[in-house]
Design a protein around this ligand. Structure first.
Ligand SMILES: NC(=O)c1ccc[n+]([C@@H]2O[C@H](COP(=O)([O-])OP(=O)(O)OC[C@H]3O[C@@H](n4cnc5c(N)ncnc54)[C@H](OP(=O)(O)O)[C@@H]3O)[C@@H](O)[C@H]2O)c1
Length: 285
């Protein structure tokens, strides 16, 4: 079955701003049937109408908070009720937080938002992905996964026993995104392909809305040197639309090329262990 993005059903998490909105717009412009998610109805609707205006295509918006596992389950139920095959899932939504906080489920917020929520969502939508015949999952990771120098810290995933260092905590969650993509490839048939992407440093709303004031300020003042959201979306859109992607040099991409990730990100045993632990944390096991 030849891969073609035209008429594919596509879900982009966090399509209400930045890289996600730019990705959703580009894919809708290529003829995909796009659903975006947001935590906020007004923000979601604003993005939905902007994408529709720009592309002339109808776009759906759904509410979901990835830091709340109940919200992820509710959304997945609504999506599955549509009985729609899912050709492409872009796990884009994410955040960075200046201090340690816990979610309603008692998880550390960065790990929950950037890894646990997307992992649960992908698992709950796995039948919709398989039903598409051929499908793709793209996890928006980051070069910041390099901050996770010790790899996944299985003994303290909730960051309770160590000093909270924002970029280390964020990088740890972005390492989990790459390992999640690896784990998916190891578990699904050849018809579901998973990738991870570093989008570049992008002048988006990153760090805003309760995130990190430092990151938000750095983005505000450094915007002119940063990529635009559309430039940041480029490799994601390329992976989404390229008929065949060669992964013989790895599944972590940047600037349309397989890119070297850390040894932890390439560690299959770490991917396996993270998969098992995550299944328990999100109550799938
Ligand atoms: N900006 C960069 O330089 C950069 C570099 C490397 C990687 N990344 C990655 O790129 C992705 C997108 O970031 P961005 O730069 O486009 O940032 P952004 O403009 O802040 O967009 C983040 C998106 O995620 C959504 N989101 C945030 N928290 C959420 C939650 N708890 N549940 C559901 N959705 C949530 C937001 O939607 P609502 O607020 O409407 O819910 C928003 O649409 C992130 O995964 C980030 O780690 C960014």
């Amino acid at each position: 079955m030849t891969w073609n993005i035209d008429r594919q059903s596509v879900l982009v998490t966090g399509g209400s701003s930045g890289i996600g909105q730019a990705t959703a717009e580009a894919l809708a412009g290529m003829g995909a049937n796009v659903t975006i998610t947001s935590r906020d109805a007004a923000r979601g609707e604003k993005a939905r109408s902007a994408i529709s205006r720009a592309t002339g295509r109808s776009v759906r918006v759904e509410l979901m908070d990835l830091s709340d596992l109940g919200s992820v389950r509710d959304f997945a139920d609504r999506f599955r009720d549509r009985n729609e095959h899912l050709g492409l899932l872009v796990n884009n939504a994410g955040g960075v937080f200046g201090s340690r906080r816990e979610t309603v489920d008692g998880h550390e917020t960065t790990f929950a938002t950037n890894h646990l929520g997307p992992f649960l969502l992908t698992s709950l939508l796995s039948e919709s992905l398989e039903a598409a015949g051929r499908s793709r999952v793209i996890n928006v990771s980051s070069v910041a996964h390099r901050y996770a120098k010790e790899g996944i810290v299985f003994g303290d995933l909730a960051w309770k026993n160590r000093r909270y260092k924002m970029m280390e905590v964020y990088g740890h969650s972005k390492l989990a995104n790459i390992l999640h993509a690896q784990g998916l490839n190891d578990r699904t048939g050849p018809n579901v392909e998973a990738f991870a992407v570093h989008p570049g440093v992008v002048g988006s709303s990153f760090g805003g809305r309760g995130g990190s004031k430092v990151v938000r300020a750095a983005t505000k003042f450094g915007k002119r040197w940063m990529r635009t959201p559309a430039e940041g979306a480029d490799t994601i859109v390329w992976l989404a639309s390229e008929p065949e992607v060669d992964t013989s040099d790895g599944i972590y991409f940047s600037d349309r090329e397989p890119t070297k990730s850390t040894r932890h990100a390439r560690d299959v045993s770490q991917a396996d262990r993270l998969w098992d632990v995550t299944e328990k944390l999100v109550s799938l096991a």
